[in-house]
Design a protein around this ligand. Sequence first.
Ligand code: ZN
Ligand code: ZN
Length: 630
Amino acid sequence: MLSFATLSSHQFTPVQKISTHSPEDADPKLSTHFSTPSQIKQLHAQLLKSGLPISTLPFPQIAAICALDYPSSFSYARQIFQLSTDTSETFLWNSHLQSLSISATPADALALFVRLRLFNVPFDEFTLSFVLNACSKLSRLYVGRAIHALVEKISFLRSNVYLLNTIVHMYACCGEMDLARMLFDRMLMRDVVSWNIMISQLAKRGEMESARELFDLMPEKSVRSWTALIAGYVQGKNPHEGIRLFEEMQEIGLRPNEVTVVAVLAACADLSELDLGRRVHEYSDRCGFWKNVRVCNTLIDMYIKCGCIETARKVFDGMVDRTVVSWSAMISGHAMHGQGKKALELFSRMTQAGLQPNGITFVGLLHACSHMGLLEEGRRFFASMTKDYGIMPKIEHYGCMVDLLSRAGLLDEAREFIKNMPIKPNSVVWGALLGGARVHKNVEIGEEAIRYLVKLDPLNDGYYVVQSNIYATAGRYDDVARMRCIMRERGVKKTPGWSTISLDGIMHKFVAGDDDHPQLPEIEERWNELLHEMRQRGYVPNTSVVLLDMDEVEKEKVVFRHSEKLAVVFGLMSTPPGMPIRVMKNLRVCDDCHAALKLISEITRRELIIRDRNRFHCFKDGTCSCNGYW
Ligand code: ZN
Ligand code: ZN
């Protein structure tokens, strides 16, 4: 009798030894009426009622059916397999190999294959493909090579496209892309799967040029081929191309699947492409994808990044199953949008539901505490991470803590905290301290932070700008001039600020100081009207944000042409009253724009949602959701 006793997992205790009868002994009524595990259970119940011996059951078939129903019926199947005396049938082994190859312990499939060979059980292309899949999952190249050699020896398998595809896939998964490509090039016959394997593996590695080349050569493209390429572009930080292909794919009448939807939603999130995101959302609802957790998680992320926190919450609330990713995304979303209380409420609900938070959940929680100035809660969460959940804090958690302490005005404590960190602080950590120094107008702490920042991130102009602002606020204009010199000496270039706004599916981009926009005269006219009203409400341009050496009037002109101002004014002109304006900005919003946008939201009674490099500012009725901390 064969046994699984040598395998590492899925151990079980044999209950009773059963010998199976030959098929002619089996009750025909019993043996033919099942194809699912639940039908087998019914059969089992009938059998017990009728008093017939359990050996009447056709064990190999039962074991094969149950083995495919991984993991729920798998252990039952293994018991039957072990207790059966007739285990020479290939399909029985195959069903077990298939389940094991996709299980959490694919090494068991390799061990089982060794036993199959030991007992001279005949195998077929399916047997080998399951073993190869296990090799792919385990990156076990030497076993994969041995199977490949076995295939080469058997003439009828050598040209089996299905099997060759699995071998190509195995080589690619084991990092042998050149071998995979060589084999693919040598294949006499290829099917759509062969092409898709190569395209998706190249795309996963970011080799988009080669992936595209094959895609263009492919005789017949499937949804999968398009999806692989779209996902590759999105992951490779080229979301525009991803979206362009997605539109092309729909034009030729192909229907995107769940994976395509996830990829294109991620592109929409990257670009704040709300209109397309909404259309994809409608489409996926029509297709019934709302049940898919990954689709829902990506929708939540997309809506959060497009500044629609309420819609994100609606998706979250409507989810049938939620994973830790869904909870963490929603917690971070509330924190990012200045709704710290909602973030903490969600965390309580999450733990009450028995879900284990992960490191990302805590980043969201710490952000929420930082934002609301909940110092003690923040400290408690930070301690609880390790103590209650065994999660070691990473650099981002330390960054959050420095942010929390700095915002609360505990700058000395924040500095001490950085010095006692067990890992080397990065620019984000020092940047958080610099931010605190700006808010609390502490020149000395700012100077300390900038000393480290110029070493860690020497060409990032953002830090010099913040430090200059600190000097300017303190009236130390000589130091402002000195910062300007340092920047020049070190060759630090000011990153041009740009903002985008999407209207009717068209993305409009504004670059700071832009003179080329065709509608600039109208934008200026509207801006001057607004400026008049803003001045009446006490607005004084804050030109300390301009680091250039020029007179005051010139400096005003520069701040008035900041890209987010241009984009917002353009949005106000181009949309009906009451409609929220959503703008994405590549840099941090400056002090002057922040003050101006507050007033504009009050004057125009519009909600202005600005996504900057770090967070969201939701300006409404003269206030901002960031409470002045950003
Ligand atoms: Zn600005
Ligand atoms: Zn703000």
